[in-house]
Write a protein that binds this ligand. Structure first.
Ligand SMILES: [Zn+2]
Ligand SMILES: [Zn+2]
Length: 212
């Protein structure tokens, strides 16, 4: 059974997720820590729970979601994996951050790419990669059928959806992704978004003003 630990990091209030199970092996999704205080919060949790980090994944490569990639990769000697369509955006994160007056540490390069339908394994757990473009090129979600949750990045939020007015956004594509990949999941599936509180697929089907 997967346990999910949530941290809220950096001025953009990104949800960073550590997923681990009884084997103590863990993966880190969107390590968004941007300063020493946030880095310590993340690493203290890992050490306190004796977790063994295996890999970093980004739901997409907007600057706010990749800020801690290098810190985590170098501290735990682990690799980053992303969707290949988000690779080029990883390289513009630093200049994007400068526009907000933020001093971003350059991400490490991905060691491999993930694609729609791939199964990510860690410990005795697994997640399915769902390709969900529309908010940013190469956006993915991570779905656990066994534990009935999905990490939705900036695709689906509680009563909202991701922005599509940013450079690689596309509103129609985003809504298509949500309807074809997320709303088809069981209604009790818990949604862990890239920002803000958790929700469920069933609740969003009923109440999300962008999807009716
Ligand atoms: Zn984003
Ligand atoms: Zn975001």
């Amino acid at each position: 059974m997967i346990t999910i630990k949530t941290f809220v990091f950096n001025p953009f209030q990104v949800n960073t997720y550590i997923l681990y199970d009884e084997t103590k092996k863990c993966i880190i999704i969107d390590p968004a820590c941007m300063d020493k205080f946030e880095e310590n919060e993340l690493s203290e949790f890992i050490e306190k729970h004796n977790l063994q980090p295996l890999k970093i994944y980004n739901t997409h490569t907007h600057l706010d979601h990749v800020a801690g990639n290098r810190f985590v990769a170098e501290k735990y000697l682990i690799n980053l994996e992303i969707h290949k369509n988000s690779h080029y955006l990883l390289h513009s994160a630093i200049t994007d951050a400068q526009r907000f007056g933020l001093d971003l540490i350059e991400s490490v390069e991905p060691s491999a790419f993930i694609s729609d339908g791939d199964i990510i394994k860690f410990g005795s757990s697994e997640l399915e990669v769902l390709y969900t473009p529309g908010h940013a090129d190469g956006s993915v979600c991570f779905y656990s059928k066994n534990d009935e949750f999905v990490i939705s990045g900036d695709v689906l939020f509680n009563e909202s959806i991701g922005r599509s007015d940013l450079p690689t956004g596309n509103h129609k594509l985003l809504v298509d992704s949500i309807k074809s990949k997320l709303l088809v999941l069981p209604e009790k599936t818990v949604v862990y978004p890239g920002h803000g509180p958790v929700t469920t697929i069933g609740y969003e089907k009923e109440n999300n003003p962008f999807l009716t």
